[in-house]
Design a protein around this ligand. Structure first.
Ligand code: GLY
Length: 326
């Protein structure tokens, strides 16, 4: 088992990474607690059953899978079910699933009766290496992704890399885009490891390496005043692609792949980035023009009053924040 401790202004919390962890949940959870387990309707039933069996006292809430569920409507629905069941402040919410589940139910946990404990059990590569750690929870509005949310740290993150065996290939590759991003912004060795190995044979190691990078940014700038913005390399245009196509054409990581390429000026880096994205069937071209993307780029949360903050990589493993005057 690998353990990473994340320091947070809320409370420090552990991340446990272990093959087959879902089968030994009793070792991690306080079985006497009341849990609200939230999952989408596409999660394999076996995972839900494993958690439900261990949490004897629980309320299970399912919601329709997909980015569209990160909405006021779903949030209100989940809260209303919790209220109908008289869920009290000492309950703990378990977010079981991918990034949408963690973001949506984490925001419910952050706001329900001014905040209840929550545990992340991410079951997709993207949520295991990124969204389950760092405390960002949010929903979308019609106008912009993640525009209503908060920072709210989980009390624990439980990762079972074997859940990735049931993940469709497109969704596995979706997570690889974020891992490639970590290599681009912080670690040339990680980038080169991904380039030259069969990643599926090294998942525990790669998840740990990715999370150590995430930990560095989160611990040094938890509320994203500056440094943490670097984690958003590729996201300014990535979010613009997602919004332009109303979250229908691309998965998050696919849009981020295009977003990373869009801000890459150096020909050598761009060509290496294209090759590694190709290795995971991630998109490297989209016909959208700058003019079509700009309205969405302007809504990016990294923007300040008179400048756009763009994350750039001039050398693999090193990123910086570039101010572009509006
Ligand atoms: N996914 C970027 C961050 O957590 O800051």
């Amino acid at each position: 088992m690998k353990t990473i401790e994340v320091k947070s202004r809320f409370h420090n919390y552990p991340i446990y990474i272990e093959n087959n962890l879902l089968k030994s949940l009793r070792d991690y959870l306080d079985v006497n607690r009341f849990y609200v387990i939230v999952s989408d309707d596409l999660i394999p039933e076996t995972y839900v059953n494993l958690v439900r069996e261990v949490c004897e006292n629980h309320l299970f809430i399912s919601f329709p899978s997909g980015e569209q569920s990160k909405s006021f409507e779903q949030m209100e629905r989940i809260i209303s079910i919790m209220q109908d069941h008289n869920v009290t402040r000492d309950a703990c919410l378990i977010a079981l699933g991918g990034g949408v589940t963690g973001d949506l139910s984490g925001f419910v946990a952050a706001t329900y009766q001014r905040g209840i404990d929550f545990i992340q059990i991410p079951t997709t590569l993207l949520s295991q290496i990124d969204s389950s750690v760092g405390g960002k929870v949010a929903i979308n509005t019609e106008k912009a992704k993640n525009s209503v949310g908060n920072f709210y740290a989980p009390i624990m993150v439980l990762i079972d890399p074997l859940t990735l065996n049931t993940l469709p290939e497109r969704h596995f590759n979706n997570g690889m885009a974020e891992m490639i991003k970590y290599g681009m912004i912080y670690s040339k060795p990680l980038f080169e490891f991904i380039e030259s190995n069969n990643v599926k044979n090294h998942l525990e190691y790669l998840i740990e390496q990715s999370l150590l990078i995430k930990k560095y940014y989160v611990e040094n700038d938890e509320f994203e005043s500056s440094l943490r913005q670097i984690l958003n390399f590729g996201h300014t245009y990535g979010h613009a692609y997602e919004s332009l196509y109303r979250f229908e054409k691309y998965l998050h990581g696919e849009a981020i792949s295009l977003g990373m390429l869009r801000v890459c000026d150096n020909i050598d880096i761009k060509s290496r980035l294209e090759s590694i994205l190709n290795k995971f069937q991630l998109p490297i071209f989209d016909e959208a023009t700058e003019e079509m993307l700009l309205p969405y780029v302007k809504k990016d949360k990294k923007n300040r009053k008179d400048a756009l903050n763009l994350i750039v990589v001039n050398e693999i493993g090193k990123a910086s924040i570039q101010k572009v005057i509006k």
